[in-house]
Design a binder for this molecule. Structure first.
Ligand code: GLN
Length: 202
């Protein structure tokens, strides 16, 4: 059985855990560096990226997470988690840092007041069905390096899901709408790595 960690400092930890259990994975709630050693992938949940960043530093988790990302551990970030995976934040809160790994710039809270939260169906590269996605004070990817693939865009062209090697990020929350596709993809990325294959192609 695949053991997947969910960073459990703040945010929608329970929704991700439920989704993983439903897909047959074992869940480890990660609050201590040792817990990172026991998992073959980690999910960074949605929540408030500045708060998660601050708590990660207080819990001594920031550097171990950065190191795990650099070693190639599969990591999936949703919303605040995508912000934490971004190498650059266009509009960080005061003192806010990210773990980095994804060669992207994200803009936090990129949707205006009227559209702060909305749901929509998205076409995702490599997925047959449209994905029902919830955007909750969501970020967008405003810049990306050559190794980053945009796998979902809004009709206006804004990039809301990306992939780069061991890393997957979505600006929206599939866990909030019960969409299993991204978690399935993430489990495939973990399995491919465990099998010694560098990356799965969607
Ligand atoms: N706006 C939040 C942030 O900046 C993200 C919101 C979310 O994760 N739903 O971290």
């Amino acid at each position: 059985v695949t053991r997947v960690g969910v960073l459990a400092l703040q945010g929608d930890v329970r929704e991700h855990s439920r989704m993983l259990v439903r897909l047959g994975a074992d869940v480890v709630l990660v609050r201590r560096p040792e817990e990172l050693e026991a998992v073959s992938g980690v999910i960074l949940p949605g929540g408030e990226s500045g708060v998660i960043d601050k708590l990660a530093r207080e819990f001594g988790l920031r550097l171990p997470i950065c190191a795990a990302i650099a070693r190639g551990l599969p990591v999936y970030g949703t919303c605040a988690g995508l912000i934490l995976l971004a190498d650059r934040i266009a509009n960080p809160s005061p003192g806010q840092q990210s773990f980095g790994g994804l060669d992207i710039t994200v803009e936090r809270n990129a949707f205006g007041r009227q559209a702060e939260s909305f749901e929509t169906d998205l076409q995702v590269q490599g997925m047959e069905r449209a994905v029902h996605a919830a955007f909750i004070r969501a970020p967008v990817v405003v810049e990306r390096g050559p190794d980053v693939r945009a796998i979902a865009t809004l009709p206006d062209g804004r990039v809301v899901a990306v992939r780069q090697e061991n890393l997957l990020g979505t600006a929206f929350h599939p866990e909030a709408t019960g969409e299993t596709g991204f978690h399935e993809l993430f489990l495939e990325m973990i399995a491919a790595r465990t099998d010694g294959v560098d990356s799965v192609r969607v």
